[in-house]
Design a protein around this ligand. Structure first.
Ligand code: SF4
Length: 429
């Protein structure tokens, strides 16, 4: 094993009243859960992500993140060589040696994630036991956890779910008798700061975030914790939190003006915030965001959009684009549909919308070609071929890397969809 430093469970479905959903299973085009490291390592600033994998895994995260030549990186790959895969060396010994070297060289690391991959799973390297062993050795200086980012059967946002789910058992038990709010899911710091200000103005003072910005500020959790999901792809994390006694607040996701208002209102209602105070606090930002969205309505209204399943953000995005920008939904594909977590979103979609869960990429490409939408939202692998066929595309992965939640980002989110259409119009002209 050598180390190289560089600059992936379908959720349970419930039988709630919701639009009809087409289920597909076949060849699909997604990145694996290792991709989540790209945004998670920026969020938890004293964490290091050590992928235990192959050169392919190293290349994937290197190209997803860009090469950070001048930065001291906080992710890397312990590359399994042929002799590791053939069982000619003890992979656990090799892993211990690499981790020891890494921790000696990087005293800034306080939280180390061992991230499993397809190769580590093929040789059945038990990273949870390795994490326990290494944690015992390096605590209290470094806490070592593990999760898997592997998989061709998963989609790339599940990496964040697996990572956060691995953190939940480490959260301190809340001893407070007061109800606290936990916001769950990676948000850009700028977005987090905006929400902190709004919650504060609403009088909700005890607000914590998972993931935290550093491992010393892990949020506490217990029966008095109410949590709001900020991302729609956190089924395992939510289950772990519920196992710790926390209660999920049902809400749409904070995308667009309507989604953000409903998301904040779910918290406000749970904390008994007066309706007049809620309006007073949120109205200025709502009006500002609505005015900013007007700039994009002309470019987007009436345009037909087709979502390939990729980020698991598709349903909330479709709701935002159809209701706030009058786009027409040709098909909304999503890798998994968690009916319970998305219940409030599904209610807001237009009647008769075509939703597909899972993917058979050839069939979906056929439908997309037949429909000739104005815009197709898809993974990187499909974008170039579709563009070559004259279609306009948007990379779904960009929506995870960009701050898009909250009032002040609503117009940025609209612009992400307007930009490729404007560019195409200019090219045609
Ligand atoms: S799919 Fe498997 S082998 Fe490929 S990069 Fe992801 S973890 Fe590595």
């Amino acid at each position: 094993m050598t180390v190289q430093l560089q600059g992936c469970a379908a959720p349970a479905a419930q039988d709630l009243a919701a639009p009809a959903v087409r289920h597909e299973r076949g060849q699909h085009e997604v990145f694996c859960g290792l991709t989540g490291i790209v945004w998670l390592h920026r969020k938890i600033q004293d964490a290091f992500f050590l992928v235990v994998g192959s050169r392919t895994c190293a290349h994937l995260i290197q190209s997803a993140a860009g090469v950070m030549i001048f930065a001291e990186p906080r992710f890397g790959t312990a590359i399994m060589e042929e002799k590791d895969l053939a069982g000619l060396t003890d992979a656990n010994d090799e892993l211990d040696r690499i981790v020891t070297q890494l921790i000696a060289r990087r005293p800034d690391i306080k939280l180390l994630f061992l991230v499993g991959s397809c190769p580590s799973e093929v040789i059945k390297l038990d990273l949870s036991r390795a994490a326990l062993r290494l944690s015992k050795r390096f605590m209290p200086q470094v806490r070592v956890l593990s999760y898997t980012g592997s998989g061709l059967e998963t989609t790339f946002t599940q990496g964040e779910d697996a990572c956060l789910a691995s953190l939940v058992p480490e959260l301190p038990a809340s001893t407070s008798t007061e109800t606290s709010l936990l916001v769950v899911g990676s948000l850009a710091d700028v977005v987090e700061d905006q929400f902190i200000r709004i919650f504060d103005a609403l009088g909700i003072k005890s607000v914590q975030f998972l993931p935290p910005r550093n491992s010393a500020s892990l949020p506490s959790v217990g029966p008095n914790t109410k949590f709001l999901l900020a991302q729609p792809f956190l089924a395992d994390t939510a289950r772990e939190l519920e196992n710790r006694g926390a209660t999920r607040l049902s809400a749409p996701f904070p995308l667009g003006v309507e989604g953000t208002t409903a998301w904040l209102r779910a918290a406000a209602d749970a904390f008994g915030v007066d309706a007049a105070l809620f309006d007073k606090v949120t109205q200025p930002a709502r009006s500002r965001a609505e005015r900013a969205l007007e700039n994009f309505r002309q470019d987007l209204a009436g345009r037909r959009i087709f979502f390939f399943p990729d980020s698991q953000l598709e349903i909330p995005l479709a709701r935002f684009l159809s209701r706030e920008l009058s786009m027409q939904l040709v098909e909304v594909g999503t890798p998994y549909l968690h009916r319970e977590h998305l219940a409030e979103e599904l209610k807001l979609l237009p009647a008769g919308v075509a939703i597909t869960e899972g993917q058979d990429v050839d069939l979906q490409l056929d439908r997309c070609r037949a429909a000739r939408p104005d815009l197709a939202v898809c993974g990187l692998g499909l974008a170039n071929p579709l563009e070559a066929e004259g279609m306009t595309t948007k990379w779904a992965i960009e929506l995870v890397f960009t701050p898009i939640q909250g009032y002040d980002q609503a117009s940025d989110l609209a612009e992400l969809f307007a930009r490729p259409l404007v560019r195409r119009a200019k090219l045609v002209a």
